[in-house]
Ligand binder design. Structure first.
Ligand code: OAD
Length: 265
């Protein structure tokens, strides 16, 4: 399974029927949403990038978030081929869970049902102090105008994105069993540097872990993945654009007609 072709054939033969998928910002770059840590990513332009999504900093200085986060608040964005590929695997009964770090909701838009939005979403907004709910539209408009929106209690309002310093949604814990029992893990478009999300790669048993990323990132090593030629390793890295590689998998698996019939991409 070291080549895309062999991997695709294994999928076609239904060697794996309990796939878990982990996604990151890279899968939405082709939808026009920047990632964080690439050369052109959101963080590349900032002196203190870690403060954009820091809850304590937000409460003191919400303007920093309102000024720097609008490019990833994209309710108009549409799914990429990769999002549809995930949806396709689920519709064939091969994928049991998708854990996403993305707040763009594009997995859902592509029809994926079993998705955990581990870092929240932009469907709604709330006051960072009293938690009162606010509409997404109002907060998106305010962010695009770089004008901080405040609650009646004077707290700043933020989308339901999980900031550093906030707890992850309960769905994160609730669906861990579906990762633990997976027979294959596919990791796409993430640098795997943010925990606890990245540690999900160690939550699966001794099953193949396929990583798809456009860079041969050294940082993957930190989380215990082994892309060496060691015969014992079940880890495989496919370097390339997630859409290109998904397209190849679909083609090698002989799923082209079925896929493009279902999703007009
Ligand atoms: P990163 O920006 O850290 O990583 C995205 C990865 O995708 C990088 O390794 C890119 O090289 C790769 N990539 C970009 N475009 C790609 C493409 N078209 N095909 C294949 N790979 C591509 O984003 P995440 O790992 O998702 O947290 O970041 C994790 C978290 O850090 C985010 O959820 C966010 C941020 O702080 C919060 O907002 C709480």
């Amino acid at each position: 399974m070291r080549t895309i072709e062999k991997f695709a054939q294994a999928l076609k033969k239904e060697d794996f029927k309990k796939i878990a998928v982990m996604t990151g910002a890279g899968i939405s770059v082709n939808a026009g949403i920047p990632d964080f840590r690439s050369k052109t990513g959101l963080y590349s332009k900032l002196k203190n990038p870690e403060l954009v999504f820091d809850i304590n900093h937000f409460i003191k200085n919400p303007q920093f978030f309102y000024d720097n986060a609008p490019s990833i608040i994209t309710p108009e964005a549409q799914p990429t081929l990769t999002h549809y590929f995930i949806s396709f695997l689920e519709s064939k009964g091969l994928m049991q869970i998708c854990y996403s770090q993305n707040i763009d909701g594009l997995e859902r838009k592509a029809g994926v049902k079993k998705v955990v939005q581990a870092h929240g979403n932009i469907d709604k907004a709330h006051c960072a102090l009293c938690r009162k709910d606010y509409s997404r539209k109002d907060v998106v408009d305010a962010m695009r105008a770089s004008k901080v929106m405040y609650c009646d209690c004077k707290g700043p309002i933020k989308p339901d994105v999980v900031f550093f310093g906030e707890s992850l949604p309960k769905e994160f814990e609730m669906n861990l069993e579906l990762v633990a029992s997976a027979d294959l893990l596919i990791v796409m478009g993430t640098s795997l540097v943010v925990r606890p999300f990245s540690s999900l790669v160690n939550h699966v048993g001794f099953v193949p872990r396929i990583v798809i990323n456009n860079t041969d990132l050294k940082s993957f090593g930190d989380i215990g993945l082994d892309f060496s030629d060691n015969k014992m390793t079940k880890d495989v890295l496919f370097v390339g654009d997630t859409d290109e590689i998904s397209r190849k998998i679909i083609s090698f698996a002989g799923w082209k007609e079925e896929f493009y019939e279902k999703f007009k991409v």
